[in-house]
Design a protein around this ligand. Sequence first.
Ligand code: PMP
Ligand code: GLN
Length: 381
Amino acid sequence: MINSKLPQVGTTIFTVMSKLAADNKAINLSQGFPGFDCYPYLQDLVSEYLRKGFNQYAPMSGVEDLKNRLAEKTKILYDIQLNAEEEITVVSGATEALYAAVTAVVRNGDEVILLEPAYDSYAPAVVLNGGVPVYVSLNLPDFSVDWGKVKAAITDKTRLIMVNTPHNPCGYVWTQEDLNTLAELIKDREIYVVSDEVYEHITFDGKKHLSLMTHSLLRERTFVCCSFGKTFHITGWKLGYCLAPKDLTSEFRKIHQFLTFSSCTPMQYALAEYMTEPSRYIYLNEFYQKKRDLFCEGLKNTPFKFTPAQGSFFQLVSYGHLSEESDYELAVRLTKEIGVASIPVSVFYHDQKDHKMLRFCFAKDEEVLEQALGLLSRPLF
Ligand code: PMP
Ligand code: GLN
């Protein structure tokens, strides 16, 4: 028997719940992916570049035009001028960006602070690099950061802190005060930051996404990890990118070139052309806010309690006032009996802490959301 490097890890909950949804013909609001297609023009561009013969390796750090478009986007959105050649790397999904960034800085025995609930790929990336995850819980019920706890968790061994804004699964969006406090805590230590900003375009009620790169001190220490998947409804293309200062990018690329070397060529060219029009990503807040509002309105007819998400395309609901059933059991039961699949939030805690909460993905067509809400308003407990 192989001596597993990740003995606690099984198949991810996203795979498990999506399969359960398919097996039970349930509406799949579990795994986070859009239930609708990307725009036909983007598909046409891919076909065009495929046919034109853009089918060999892309440059290791990404197609030049695409990096230039990303630099433009960063200027438009955050008023930060990045050097496309030295500070932007295109990779095969945010998952790769996160892994490569962790690998670039974490050495054996280094401590890495993870804020829980935390996205499932963070801790394994740390452990595979010999790091030690140090878990700090976010505040309930709003999932804001408990900076006192973060401060208490910092030691001489702390090398990295991993953050996520807008947050999956909670939807919390970082404030300027969060950025300032983090900067203050790490300024006199050699601590780096991996900032998972895959939902950068999805914030609600006028709340603005504050990239960590907008803070001058954080910018020097941070790998900002993003995904084309969430922004252009193309999660299956597995394309993402990392924004980081030159010295960090140079280490990041050393890892990237031996993880995947480069990412899918025709898709990169297609995205570069598609992104020449910023309105193709700037409309997303409004687009998803309609879905969040529709979903939250319908949730009022269900027994669940909830606070509308500030960002991301997930909505949390709680049911602790109604039942002691574990969140995992409830998620399975709702899939099988009611026909709606969700994600139990306990999977985002290393010790499966159960706050009696479920996560629903509302990145679906309106009819699908309405159908799911109809099913969820039946007697559940
Ligand atoms: N981080 C978060 C918070 C996510 O929700 C996801 C999944 N969409 C990822 C990273 C991974 O992104 P990608 O599919 O581009 O690898
Ligand atoms: N990020 C997606 C989610 O949170 C899932 C991605 C995956 O399946 N690995 O649901």
